[in-house]
Design a protein around this ligand. Structure first.
Ligand code: NAG
Ligand code: NAG
Ligand code: NAG
Ligand code: NAG
Ligand code: NAG
Ligand code: NAG
Length: 354
């Protein structure tokens, strides 16, 4: 190897220099690396971060000097330790095998290691690559977020591992089954809809260990819309309830109006109760003045909407099943008709008396 070779592969020259210092390599004798036949080093060594790696070199009794190198640095020459790293120990130095062990391997240990021997005054080297694997690990992921409907969202999931993990996103709690996926560290959603709210899962996968999986919750705010508001008929003296249901994120607050007047809880014999998506207006004892047109207003920070609900009068409901009525085979409607007819007859009778 001449000066030109040193410019191309400077570390190799350092190996040669180091070995010459050790008198392993006579000056002027080129070092052949990657000699497949002898000395015999093992195939590439693959270990997980934190585990130990054993580097073996097969020799025979013609061998006079041996050394293991990390790139250009001598780790061991024969039984002499050159490395100051106490993770590096000698394992065997026999007539057939020369091996060292590296404990608690880390990613910076990855690289070429060289077994160098001298046989009959001929230096030979053999190289083995130490490959360090690291389980997938998510190192940075978007935290839970809240956005308004229609805005654009980018979820980020950065993962580390060796080999580099594949990162995918998927939507878990989509109302229409599993939502779309992304085979990327970034998941971009433009014009997000309320259906796209929920849990998103990022997985980082390589074949070293189980995937690393983390979740992000995306909350999509949207203004209220009233989904249910029905008119209600109640007779005087009865208890009556108007209810109003709205979907909204964040959950809507409700207000009740009669004409222009806002109703207050507890006043005028009414109670207003809000429970989740639902608000109810209860009249404990309906009187004539209660009938009319009510407005339920649902409000959150993104807007408001309202619906009209009529409380109207119905005549006193007829007494339902009297004793024995359950067994007489009449249904409620025919009994009601009979009652009406009966009261009409009684009323006519009453008129005739005067
Ligand atoms: C050993 O690893 C090196 C570097 O990763 C690679 O170039 C070489 O092909 C590998 N050799 C074998 C036998 O796997
Ligand atoms: C091998 O060399 C690299 C680069 O100099 C160094 O970071 C690493 O600690 C060395 N490993 C061993 C086991 O000597
Ligand atoms: C995560 O990534 C974001 C966007 O690139 C960056 O602003 C933030 O500082 C990173 N956080 C950490 C803990 O690295
Ligand atoms: C309902 O109100 C009427 C008139 O104010 C009253 O006579 C009646 O006793 C009340 N009924 C109940 C159950 O409070
Ligand atoms: C009730 O009031 C609203 C406005 O407050 C109006 O739009 C609606 O027509 C009214 N309904 C009835 C039946 O009068
Ligand atoms: C109900 O909504 C209409 C139009 O959306 C609005 O004009 C009206 O003021 C609202 N009524 C109340 C009581 O908020």
């Amino acid at each position: 190897m001449g000066v030109g070779g040193c410019l191309v592969l400077p570390w190799r020259c350092l190996v040669v220099l180091s070995l010459r210092l050790l008198f392993l390599v006579p000056a002027g004798v080129p070092v052949r690396s990657g000699d497949a036949t002898f000395p015999k080093a093992m195939d590439n060594v693959t270990v997980k971060q934190g585990e130990s790696a054993t580097l073996r070199c097969t020799v025979d009794d013609r061998v006079t000097r041996v050394a293991w190198l990390n790139r250009s640095t001598i780790l061991y020459a024969g039984n002499d330790k050159w490395s100051i790293d106490d993770r590096v120990v000698i394992l065997t130095n026999t007539k057939t095998q020369y091996s060292i062990k590296i404990h608690n391997v880390d990613i910076y240990d990855e690289g070429p290691y060289t077994c160098s021997v001298q046989t009959d005054n001929h230096p030979k080297t053999s190289r083995v690559h130490l490959i360090v694997q690291v389980p997938p690990q998510i190192i940075n992921i978007t935290s839970d977020i809240t956005v308004n409907e229609g805005s654009s969202v980018t979820l980020l999931c950065l993962a580390f591992g060796r080999p580099e993990p594949t990162v995918t996103w998927k939507h878990l709690s989509g109302s229409k089954g599993q939502g779309f996926m992304s085979d990327d560290e970034y998941l971009e959603i433009t014009g997000i809809t309320r259906d796209q709210s929920g849990e998103y899962e990022c997985s980082a996968v390589n074949d070293v260990a189980a995937p690393d999986i983390r979740r992000v919750k995306v909350t999509v705010n949207y203004p209220p819309s009233i989904s249910s508001a029905k008119n209600k008929g109640v007779s005087v003296g009865q208890r009556g309830t108007l209810s109003c249901e709205a979907s909204a994120v964040p959950v809507a607050e409700f207000q009740w109006f009669k004409e222009e007047t806002r109703l207050a809880n507890g006043l005028d014999g009414v109670r207003i109760e809000n429970k989740g998506r639902m608000s109810t207006l209860t009249f404990f004892n309906v009187s004539e003045k209660d009938y009319g047109n009510y407005t339920c207003v649902a409000i959150n920070k993104l807007g408001n909407t309202n619906a009209s609900i009529i409380l109207y009068e119905i005549s006193e409901s007829p007494p339902l099943a009297g004793p024995g009525a359950v067994h007489d085979g009449n249904n409620a409607a025919s009994r009601a008709m009979a009652c009406l007819w009966l009261s009409g007859t009684l009323f006519a009778h009453f008129l005739l008396k005067f």
